[in-house]
Structures are given as structure tokens and as C-alpha cells.
Design a protein around this ligand. Structure first.
Ligand SMILES: [Zn+2]
Length: 137
């Protein structure tokens, strides 16, 4: 489920997060938060180079890193790909990877019941589960 944000709302989020809201950053942020679905860094770069005037790859990557550092995005590394995937859902959640379409679905925490039988010495900070399979209509 994508949210819709006005440029002013995006600008405010960037400023609240301590990121200087340039027009290019606002545009990238809008694409990632309101349009793209778990895009890779490459997909964001391709989109930016097609839609924004004379933007360098470094500017795109710096912007994405700034958004991750500011907590507006998460950078995921998942076993099905070497690529970094950006996730605008910053709540704790799990994923389902559709092997046929390559699409990654968000699964809310409450839909998954993870019971650990780990020895007590393992102090867990976070549990993230990746399901893979296919999605039937
Ligand atoms: Zn996600």
C-alpha cells in the first residue's frame, strides 16, 4: 500500500530528518515513498536519470544513503539477490518473495508467528523472515 504525499509533506519529512530538501531529493523521495515498490538502487538510479535533469549516479546514491541514515527508508539485503533493496516500510515486518514475478510483498508482523528455540545466550534484537514461493490469485 503506497502512501501519497505532497511535495511540501516530503520536504517537511526531509527537514525533520535533517536532510537538506533539494528539488532532486524531493523528487527521488517521492518516487521511492509513493511510487516504487521495494526498488533496487539501480532501479532508483534509472528512474532518476530518466526523469530528472542531469542527475549523477553519485547524487542518487548519496540521496538514498541520506534517506536510510535519516530513518525514512530501510536498505534490505535479501538472499535472493545481491542487490540492495530499498523499503519505505520502516515498521518491523516480514517479506514474501514471489519467485515467478520477482515481486516482494510486505507481511505484517502479526501474520507470522516466530517461536525461537535458541539457547538463552542468543540475545535477539530483530527477527526478519523471508518466505519464497508463488502468489496465487
Ligand atoms: Zn518491505
Amino acid at each position: 500500500m503506497k502512501i501519497s504525499l505532497t511535495p511540501q509533506e516530503i520536504e517537511k519529512r526531509l527537514m525533520d530528518a535533517g536532510v537538506q530538501p533539494t528539488l532532486q531529493r524531493i523528487a527521488i523521495c517521492r518516487y521511492v515513498l509513493c511510487e516504487a515498490d521495494h526498488p533496487t538502487a539501480e532501479q532508483v538510479k534509472d528512474w532518476a536519470q530518466q526523469n530528472l535533469d542531469k542527475i549523477s549516479q553519485a547524487t542518487v546514491y548519496n540521496t538514498m544513503n541520506a534517506l536510510v541514515d535519516a530513518g525514512l527508508l530501510r536498505a534490505l539485503r535479501l538472499p535472493h539477490t545481491e542487490k540492495v533493496i530499498y523499503d519505505d516500510n520502516i515498521e518491523d515486518h516480514h517479506h514474501f518473495f514471489d519467485e515467478e514475478t520477482g515481486r516482494l510483498y510486505d507481511l505484517p508482523e502479526e501474520q507470522i508467528d516466530v517461536r525461537s528455540k535458541l539457547p538463552k545466550k542468543f540475545k535477539t534484537n530483530r527477527v526478519e523472515v523471508l518466505f519464497t514461493g508463488k502468489v496465487e490469485d
